[in-house]
Design a protein around this ligand. Structure first.
Ligand SMILES: [Zn+2]
Length: 255
């Protein structure tokens, strides 16, 4: 999970009242048995487009890019129908996170809203060895968020994260090996190795799937600090490109 920046949605602001009334009317019809399901008023390109762009088309909770993204109501619509078209209440979510969260009332069971100003997931969560932990033991917000992510780990993501870990271990081992034999005047090999390091950092940029987990795996790797120093000593570390990528990874890593 990473912090998301929400931009204004003026078109939704203008139509919010109409959509909310339309939803509440359809709820009444549903209660009277005239229709089976209430109207999905949020199912609009001008809502889904900017919402999904906000998260780089990833689930706001687990950061998966698999499957179809859905519009999730942070405060669920069954208990807060008045917020059904409230822009700040909408998040992009994968079907699995949406289903796990279900009708959880975030007023009673508060969770991290990664789009809320001042609420950064890394202040609440730590990732280590395919598990999420809460940063502070008494933090109810962190605990409820951790529970959702751990259910995702149980149902699917543990295997995904284990494969990612192997990929990172192999990549870091490979880079370590290559730095040992590189000659001071071998610019071709240095450039080639720099390209491999940049590809590694790309996994930990916020537009990539599971970027917070990748960033935690790379920066938290036991060899990372020594490897970086060796890349600097060998003249492979390209600060102009790599420093900003490393800083972006640090900003989202759950360490
Ligand atoms: Zn998800």
């Amino acid at each position: 999970m990473i912090r998301l920046t929400r931009r204004a949605n003026l078109k939704l602001e203008q139509s919010k009242q109409t959509l909310t009334e339309s939803y509440q009317e359809s709820l009444e019809k549903q209660k009277r048995g005239e229709i089976k399901k209430a109207s999905r008023v949020w199912d609009k390109p001008y809502i889904k487009g900017p919402l999904f762009e906000m998260s780089h088309r990833k689930c706001a909770y687990c950061e998966s890019k698999e499957g179809r993204l859905e519009v999730e109501h942070f405060l669920c619509r069954s208990k807060h129908p008045e917020l059904v078209a409230e822009w700040a209440n909408l998040l992009p979510a994968c079907h699995k996170c949406n289903a796990i969260k279900g009708e959880t009332d975030c007023c009673k069971q508060p969770m991290v809203d990664p789009s809320r100003t001042g609420m950064d997931p890394k202040d609440y969560l730590i990732y280590r060895n395919t598990l999420f932990y809460k940063r502070s033991i008494d933090d109810e917000v962190a605990e409820n968020t951790r529970k959702l992510l751990m259910k995702r780990c149980t149902d699917e993501l543990s295997g995904v994260f284990t494969d990612m870990r192997s990929r990172i271990d192999d990549a870091i081992d490979g880079i370590c090996d290559k730095t040992k034999s590189i000659a001071d005047d071998d610019d071709l090999s240095k450039n080639s190795l720099a390209g491999i390091v940049i590809e590694l950092f790309r996994l930990a940029q916020r537009e990539h799937a599971y970027s917070a987990v990748y960033a935690s795996m790379i920066l938290g790797h036991p060899s990372y600090s020594q490897l970086k120093q060796r890349l600097i000593d060998k003249g492979v570390w390209n600060g102009a490109t790599m420093d900003p990528m490393e800083n972006d990874a640090k900003a989202i890593a759950l360490l």
